[in-house]
Write a protein that binds this ligand. Structure first.
Ligand code: PRP
Ligand code: URA
Length: 209
């Protein structure tokens, strides 16, 4: 089973509390989501391999570490996942960005992919799928399934708030995918919203309600 990492950093917890507050403005919500994503990128990239390079300081030549290995790709699930991209890019500016869009078919209730554009070399990259909310897990499970169907094998998932139900479902569906969460909440309500959560992440990010 892949690892689950719940952020315990005080700054992350503080910022998540501000994100939850229904009185937080759209502007502040967007900025907070970006800041938390930057801090999460630090954890998501903790296992990046390093290699030795020679560098010349003003004092002498030395051998020092540089990031090696697979390049990164960030894949937001549209639309709310977009709110996590810029924060991650601040820490890993050379990452490429892919996009995946899903909607739930009103009859079958199954997720349908309506958009997918990935870096040309996506299968050679470590992909970090980002979405602020992991509620039932349906969106994340489907998005990761669509990436795997395209041959991507090295995938991590990063969200701001998760419900236990979505976490369990995602772990069972994709046991190879490490999951990074800023806050693990109590449950889901009858409308599949996370409790206490923060409401509708997309609407709060883009001011659509
Ligand atoms: C939200 C959220 C996730 C999904 C989580 O997106 O951003 O993608 O719900 O729910 P799930 O775990 O039960 O699938 P939404 O469908 O509201 O679309 P939006 O990003 O366009 O607002
Ligand atoms: N999607 C959201 O935006 N919020 C939730 O609480 C659940 C799904």
């Amino acid at each position: 089973m892949a690892k689950v990492f719940v952020m315990d950093h005080p700054l992350v917890q503080h910022k998540v509390t501000m994100l939850r507050d229904k009185n937080t403005s759209t502007k502040d919500f967007r900025e907070l989501a970006e800041e938390i994503s930057l801090l999460m990128a630090y954890e998501v990239t903790r296992d990046l391999p390093l290699e030795d390079v020679e560098v010349e300081t003003p004092i002498c030549k030395t051998v020092a570490k540089t990031v090696a290995g697979r390049s990164l790709g960030i894949v937001p699930i549209l639309r709310a996942g977009l709110g996590m991209v810029n924060g991650m890019l601040k820490l890993v500016p050379n990452a490429k960005v892919g996009h995946i869009g899903l909607y739930r078919d009103p009859v079958t209730l199954k997720p349908v992919e309506y958009y997918c554009k990935l870096p040309a070399d996506a299968t050679d990259r470590t992909l970090i799928v980002v979405d602020p909310m992991l509620a039932t897990g349906g969106s994340a499970i489907a998005a990761i399934g669509f990436l795997k169907a395209r041959g991507c094998t090295n995938i991590k998932f990063c969200c701001l708030i998760a419900a236990p139900q979505g976490l369990k479902a995602l772990q069972e569906a994709h046991p190879d995918v490490d999951i990074f969460i800023a806050a693990l909440d109590e449950t889901l309500n009858d409308h599949a919203y996370i409790v206490p959560g923060l409401g509708d992440a997309g609407d709060r990010l883009f001011g659509t309600k």
